[in-house]
Design a binder for this molecule. Structure first.
Ligand SMILES: Cc1cc2nc3c(=O)[nH]c(=O)nc-3n(C[C@H](O)[C@H](O)[C@H](O)COP(=O)(O)OP(=O)(O)OC[C@H]3O[C@@H](n4cnc5c(N)ncnc54)[C@H](O)[C@@H]3O)c2cc1C
Length: 434
C-alpha cells in the first residue's frame, strides 16, 4: 500500500484518532491514518455537543475556523411521563463568554475540519481503507496492519486503535473481549431542519446561542436510556438510546421510541413544520470504568470509544475520546524522544498519565452507576410518573385544600411501598455517586 515505514499508524479518523494523529504529527512523527469511511465523519454519529476544553488542549485556536453551530447557554433536564415533563433548567448569560465552554456541532463537518488540521500537521490520511487485522512479529509484538486494499499492508512502531465502540480489529485480534449487550446502548438520531429565525424564537435564543434538552422517563418504555434534543444553526438534532440488552428483552424498537418521543406533547411543538433529512443509528459504550479493556500492549494502544471511554451520566464521549487520543499521542512522542521501545512495559506510562486526568477520575467516581441504573428500572418508569403526577396534583388549583393534596401525593408515593423504595434508591444512588 505505502512502502514507507511509519512511526505510528492510527486506525480511525474520529475525535480520538484525530487527536492522537495530530499530537504525534505536530511533534514531527511520521504518521499514517487509515479511515474506512469515504471521508472523515461520513461514518460517525454524535448528538452532538463539543466540549471546548478537550479540543483547546490540542488546537488552542480552534474557534478561528472550526465549523461550530451554537454555543450552549441553557441546559434543560427533564423527567417525562407520557403527557408531561418535570424539569430543571439552567440558563446563564455567563455562557455568552469570549471562549464559550460547549458548542453544538455537526460531526460530518467537524470531523472533516479536524482531519484537515491533522493533514496540515503532516499526517498521511487514506480514506476508504478498512484495517482488517493487526500484523505481528514471531514474538507476538504488533508491527503493522493489513487493510482491504490490494497488497494493503503498512508497518509502524505502534498502532493506535481509535476505531470506535465496536472496534472489530481489536476484538478479532484478541486484544479485548466482544461488547456485552448490557455495556452498550443503541441510539438513533434524526436531523430536523427549520429556518434559523424559527429556532431562535422557539427557544428564545439570540444569534449563536443554543439550548440542549436531556430527557429520561417513560419515553424509554421502562428501559435504561435517555433522549436528547440539541439546537443547531438551522436544524434540531433529536435522538434516543437504550441498552442493547434491554431492547433484546423488550418488544421495543429504537425507531418506535424515537417516533413516540417526537410526538410527545412537550417535544412536538418544538419540531413543528421541520423537515427531517437524516436518520442514523449508532452504538454508545455505557459500561463505564468496569468495562475498560486492556489499553496497551507490545506495539498497540487503544483510545476513545474503543476503550469504552464514555461518561454516560454526563453525556460526555467526544471529549474523553480527544483526551485519550492526545494522551496516547503524547506518551508515544515521549517514548520516541527518549529512544524507548513501544513495549507494553513502557506504554504503561499511558495509563499512568490517564489516571491523572478527569477521564479516569470521573469514570472511577461513577463506576457503580451503570450497574445501578441497569438494575433499577423504576428510575425510568415509576418515579417519573410519580413526580409528574405529584406536580400536577400540586399545581392544579381546583378548590381542594393543600393538606388534602399533600396527603394524596404521599398516598401515591406510599402505594406498593414506593416511598421507602425511593428513599432507599436515592441513598444508594448517592452512595454510587461518591
Ligand atoms: C447518538 C449519539 C450521541 C452522542 N452525543 C454525544 C455528545 O453530544 N457529546 C459527546 O461528547 N459525545 C457524544 N457521543 C459519543 C461520541 O460520539 C463518541 O464518544 C466519539 O465519537 C468517540 O470518538 P472515537 O474517535 O473514539 O470513535 P468514532 O467517532 O466512532 O470514530 C471511529 C472511526 O474509526 C473508523 N473505523 C472503524 N473501524 C475501522 C477500521 N477497521 N479501519 C479503518 N477505520 C475504521 C470509523 O469509520 C470512524 O470514523 C454520542 C454518541 C452517539 C451515538
Amino acid at each position: 500500500m505505502i512502502e514507507q515505514r511509519f512511526d505510528a499508524i492510527v486506525v480511525g479518523a474520529g475525535p480520538s484518532g484525530n487527536a492522537a494523529a495530530y499530537t504525534m504529527a505536530t511533534a514531527g512523527l511520521k504518521v499514517l491514518q487509515l479511515e474506512r469511511g469515504e471521508y472523515p465523519g461520513s461514518k460517525n454519529v454524535q448528538g452532538a455537543i463539543l466540549y471546548a476544553s478537550a479540543l483547546e488542549k490540542i488546537i488552542p485556536d480552534f474557534r478561528d475556523d472550526a465549523p461550530l453551530e451554537r454555543h450552549v447557554i441553557e441546559q434543560r433536564l427533564w423527567t417525562m411521563d407520557d403527557a408531561s415533563h418535570v424539569g430543571v433548567h439552567y440558563r446563564s448569560s455567563d455562557f455568552n463568554e469570549e471562549r464559550p465552554n460547549r458548542y453544538t456541532i455537526l460531526r460530518a463537518q467537524f470531523d472533516k475540519w479536524f482531519s484537515r488540521r491533522v493533514r496540515d500537521a503532516g499526517a498521511i490520511l487514506l480514506c476508504e481503507t478498512t484495517v482488517t487485522e493487526l500484523l505481528r512479529d514471531p514474538a507476538g509484538r504488533v508491527i503493522g496492519v493489513r487493510t482491504d486494499r490490494d497488497g494493503g499492508t503498512a508497518f509502524a512502531d505502534i498502532v493506535v486503535l481509535g476505531e470506535g465502540v465496536n472496534g472489530l480489529v481489536g476484538q478479532r485480534s484478541g486484544l479485548r473481549p466482544e461488547l456485552k449487550p448490557d455495556n452498550v446502548a443503541l441510539a438513533v438520531k434524526e436531523m430536523h431542519f427549520l429556518p434559523r429565525e424559527t429556532i431562535e424564537s422557539r427557544f428564545n435564543l439570540k444569534q449563536d446561542e443554543g439550548v440542549v434538552i436531556e430527557a429520561m422517563g417513560t419515553i424509554t418504555a421502562g428501559m435504561t436510556g435517555t433522549a436528547f434534543l440539541y439546537t443547531n444553526q438551522e436544524s434540531i438534532s433529536i435522538g434516543i438510546g437504550c441498552l442493547v440488552s434491554d431492547f433484546a428483552e423488550n418488544q421495543q424498537t429504537p425507531y418506535g421510541l424515537l417516533e413516540a418521543f417526537k410526538n410527545h406533547p412537550s417535544i412536538k411543538p418544538l419540531l413543528e413544520n421541520a423537515e427531517c433529512k437524516e436518520y442514523v443509528a449508532h452504538l454508545i459504550p455505557e459500561g463505564g470504568y468496569n468495562a475498560i479493556p486492556e489499553l496497551y500492549g507490545d506495539g498497540w494502544i487503544v483510545v476513545g470509544d474503543a476503550g469504552q471511554f464514555v461518561n454516560a451520566v454526563h453525556r460526555e464521549g467526544s471529549n474523553l475520546a480527544m483526551t485519550t487520543g492526545r494522551i496516547a499521542g503524547e506518551t508515544i512522542v515521549a517514548l520516541k524522544q527518549r529512544h524507548q521501545a513501544m513495549s507494553k512495559a513502557n506504554l504503561a506510562e499511558y495509563r499512568r498519565r490517564l489516571d491523572e486526568t478527569f477521564v479516569m477520575k470521573d469514570l472511577k467516581k461513577y463506576r457503580k452507576i451503570p450497574a445501578f441504573l441497569h438494575r433499577n428500572k423504576q428510575i425510568f418508569g415509576l418515579y417519573p410518573k410519580l413526580f409528574a403526577g405529584a406536580a400536577q396534583t400540586w399545581l392544579r388549583v381546583d378548590g381542594i385544600d393543600k393538606r388534602t393534596k399533600e396527603k394524596e401525593i404521599l398516598k401515591s408515593f406510599r402505594k406498593g411501598r414506593t416511598l421507602p423504595g425511593l428513599i432507599g434508591d436515592a441513598f444508594n444512588f448517592a452512595r454510587s455517586w461518591r
